[in-house]
Design a protein around this ligand. Structure first.
Ligand code: GDP
Length: 356
């Protein structure tokens, strides 16, 4: 055993679903409500991700989430929605995201990209919740802003509730056709066997507390062991994007899923040709309350611990690749780390070929 402390990290959440079904709106709503409900600074905007602490989720979710029932610290949402980013973002061969929200427009039902997303979730064995979004567009719907869904649903007219039910059962049927046993989430006893469907609206916020509560519950019950990390260990992450930034040249937007990354660390990054070995010059986070002035967009941080999104500025990153692994070398042999990165890249390539 190592003499380092282990600690539970934040689960990484991805949002998937068909175009226009409301992925971006749902993320915006989660960010927006977290800001207005919690005390200032309750959510943290990372590079490429948003961290919502457990206390904020509990504030938003009312009776649905009691802080004492959880020991995971919250949720980290990847800001780029869509199953393309989900399937290309890996960690040690598995999916980078630990858990997912599959957004389905209640009126539009399953569409080609819903099926694709479901297929990927099934293949990667990723636990997920279905957000049956746009419930507010049900004719006759009487919105209750930011309410948990059950009181809002129970308060609708019979006609409105029946119309919504028809659409929800359509979605549950489609999930069943694809081999998933699913039900309205408040009827689900065992979330390992059954997929919870949460009627919600990214516009009015109804049901959004429930989506967060189910994600928190799924993580706590089925993923706690995987969330246990050596916080002090050498950082491991995945490149979301390679971006040129004024004054820094090519930089990496990275999600760190294990250990800690520090300024000055030597890292190995997957490149277009060979793995790149370089040294971190600066770790950058978005400046809170950033103005448009470019030079003030980022603030430097000394280190980040998983799970987090961060921008890495370092020499020689031009040939780094989105989706590639990043590993801190720390007290290991650099050649061993290069081999690890190569092996991981080879795995990603095989998968991409399989996807055709
Ligand atoms: P994405 O392509 O999945 O990211 O979808 P968007 O979040 O961009 O949403 C597509 C459109 O649907 C936008 O015009 C949104 O304003 C609208 N929309 C998203 N969620 C809801 C919702 O819950 N209710 C209503 N009425 N409109 C929504």
């Amino acid at each position: 055993m190592s003499d380092h402390d282990t600690s539970l990290r934040t689960p990484i959440v991805a949002v998937l679903g068909h175009v226009d079904h409301g992925k971006t709106s749902l993320l915006d709503k989660i960010r927006g409500s977290a800001v207005s409900d919690g005390e200032a600074g309750a959510i943290t905007q990372h590079i490429g991700a948003t961290a919502v602490p457990l206390e904020t989720i509990a504030d938003m979710a009312g009776d649905l989430v009691e802080v004492e029932d959880f020991d995971l610290p919250g949720l980290l949402f990847i800001d780029t929605p869509g199953h393309h980013s989900f399937s290309t973002l890996r960690s040690r061969g598995g999916a980078l995201a630990d858990i997912a929200i599959l957004v389905v427009d209640v009126n539009d039902g399953f569409q080609p990209q819903t099926e694709e997303a479901l297929d990927i979730l099934q293949r990667t064995g990723t636990p997920f919740v279905v957000a049956a979004n746009k419930a507010d567009t049900t004719p006759g719907w009487n919105p209750v802003e930011n309410s948990p869904i059950k009181p809002s649903y129970d308060g609708q007219s019979d006609v409105a509730r029946q119309r919504l039910d028809e659409n929800l059962y359509e979605i549950i049927g489609q999930l069943s056709d694809d081999g998933f046993s699913a039900d309205l989430y408040w009827r689900v006893q065992n979330f390992q066997k059954n997929i919870g469907v949460v009627p919600c609206s990214a516009l009015t916020g109804e049901g959004v507390p429930d989506v967060l509560a189910v994600l928190m519950g799924l993580s706590q019950r089925f993923m706690k062991a995987e969330m246990e990390i050596d916080v002090e260990g050498p950082g491991e992450g995945t490149v979301l994007e390679v971006k040129d930034e004024q004054g820094f040249g090519a930089t990496l937007d990275v999600v760190v899923y294990d250990g800690t990354i520090k300024e000055g660390d030597q890292i190995v990054v997957g490149g277009v040709n060979d793995p790149i070995v370089t040294e971190i010059r600066a770790l950058l986070q978005p400046q809170p309350n950033a103005e448009i002035r470019v030079e003030n967009r980022f603030e430097r941080v000394e280190s980040v611990a998983a799970a987090a999104g961060v921008k890495i500025a370092a020499p020689d990153l031009d040939e780094a690749m989105a989706g590639a692994p990043v590993r801190v070398v720390r007290d290991r042999a650099v050649d061993d780390v290069i081999e690890e990165v190569k092996a991981e890249l080879a795995e990603i390539e095989v998968d991409t070929e399989e996807e055709g």
